[in-house]
Design a protein around this ligand. Structure first.
Ligand code: NAP
Ligand code: MG
Length: 403
């Protein structure tokens, strides 16, 4: 294209691993750089480079995200013992997503991409449900023990002056188990603000649910913090945007979600979000169609796909075989980041491009051209299964027609 769309502020680009790294480059080459004067600050989070930099590159990329405000991330390997051997690693480096999430103090929002021809397992879900999962504490930071018969288990809190407050958990006549969990007002407040900001951004209702009737201190604290912050900082903004904050008991929420048509954000405590996001993703059809964005309470955004590096496809690719890997979630990470960058910089051409690229990719699938994972789910009468690169070229054909 003669006149490429200019950018003023760079996106923080976090490259990754395996098949998604291959897709990453294809998306840039086929769908982005021909049309945009793409400005990025590049960080290679591929496992080899993380190892070479003793994982400093992950920290640097998170700091750059704080500085510029918008990042786009490719899926990355979280090393386990097998990966330490495969890549001859100096250490079993921590999950980059965990490191970035901790540094940005963010909440993860996951939203499915809906297309005609793929009916959710709950057919009334005609609009996407976004799950917002609190990413700190509770059972993920627990302390637990097995308790022998005859033991008494207590909760003991020692304050800064050394004064103890005690409560009996249980007098064990027979053997059993206990666990201690915690959360922080600060983290819950960040979670609440991230959710309220995201709801305003997306102009969608926000639901939140806990088990406050049973957990009268712990879960009730979540409910109270959300309500206090909403009343003090967000009520008027929500009224002006015509959206609603709705709190209910988790049991009631689950029943309402199943009966709903979707179209809202569902804020979940850490465990609820872990479980419910798998349920929601599966019900909408495919992990490869699930987008994900990490939003910090001060409005920093990091976009990515919800799936991993698609290792099995990568090994096929290395053998020279064609793969049919779905690039939708990775592509939507790019469009989400470009649109947000455009919004922050007042760059409407960039926002418009992101919209058109998303439309072109959805149109491609709805016209029956798709990767293998979707072909097995789609009920369109005429469909063609294409390989990874052909799918992107088919999107490009439709994009060109729109531009
Ligand atoms: P995965 O990459 O999510 O893939 C699991 C399976 O799901 C694939 O083998 C494939 O099924 C299907 N699939 C996922 N994404 C697909 C796509 N875009 N197109 C088509 N099919 C897709 O999980 P994994 O293979 O268990 O994990 C690989 C690596 O990813 C691990 O090292 C893990 O640490 C990392 N990981 C990273 C992130 C992240 O960075 N956010 C998240 C999760 C996992 P078929 O093989 O049946 O075709
Ligand atoms: Mg899970």
């Amino acid at each position: 294209m003669a006149n490429k769309i200019p950018m003023t502020t760079p996106l923080v680009e976090m490259d990754g691993d395996e098949m998604t790294r291959i897709i990453w480059k294809m998306i840039k080459d086929i769908l982005l750089t021909p049309y945009i004067d793409l400005k990025t600050e590049y960080y290679d989070l591929g496992l080899k480079h993380r190892d070479e930099t003793n994982d400093q590159v992950t920290v640097d990329s998170a700091n750059a995200t704080k500085k510029y405000g918008v990042a786009v991330k490719c899926a990355t390997i979280t090393p386990n013992a097998a990966r330490v051997e495969e890549y001859n690693l100096k250490e079993m480096w921590k999950s980059p997503n965990g490191t970035i999430r901790a540094m940005l103090d963010g909440t993860v929002f996951r939203t499915p991409i809906l297309v005609k021809g793929i009916t959710p397992f709950i057919p009334t879900w005609t609009k996407p449900i976004t799950i917002a999962r609190h990413a700190y504490g509770d059972v993920y930071r627990n302390v637990e023990m097995q308790v022998p018969a005859g033991a008494k288990a207590e909760l003991v809190v020692t304050d800064s002056e050394g004064k103890e407050t005690r409560a009996t958990i249980h007098d064990f006549q027979t053997p059993g188990i206990i666990q201690g969990i915690h959360n922080l007002d600060k983290s819950i407040s960040s979670f609440a603000r991230s959710c309220f900001n995201y709801a305003l951004d997306a102009k969608k209702d926000l639901w939140f649910a806990t088990k406050d009737t049973i957990s009268k201190q712990y879960d009730h604290r979540f409910k109270d913090i959300f309500q206090e912050i909403f009343d003090a900082e967000y009520k008027e903004k929500f009224d002006a945007a015509g959206i609603e904050y709705f709190y209910t008991l988790i049991d009631d929420a689950v029943a309402r979600v199943v009966r709903s048509e979707g179209g809202y954000i569902w804020a979940c405590k850490n465990y609820d979000g872990d479980v419910m996001s798998d349920m929601v993703a599966t019900a909408y059809g495919s992990l490869a169609m699930m987008t994900s964005v990490l939003v910090s309470p001060d409005g920093v955004y990091e976009y990515e796909a919800a799936h991993g590096t698609v290792q099995r496809h990568y090994y096929k690719h290395l053998k020279g075989e064609k793969t049919s890997t779905n690039s939708m979630a990775t592509l939507f990470a790019w469009t989400g980041a470009l649109r947000k960058r455009g919004e922050l910089d007042g760059n409407s051409a960039l926002m418009d491009f992101a919209d058109k690229l998303e439309h072109a990719s959805i149109q491609t699938i709805e016209e029956g051209v798709m990767t293998g994972d979707l072909a097995s789910l789609s009920n369109l009468p005429n469909k063609t299964t294409v390989d990874t690169e052909t799918f992107l070229r088919e999107i490009d054909k439709r994009l060109v027609a729109m531009l």
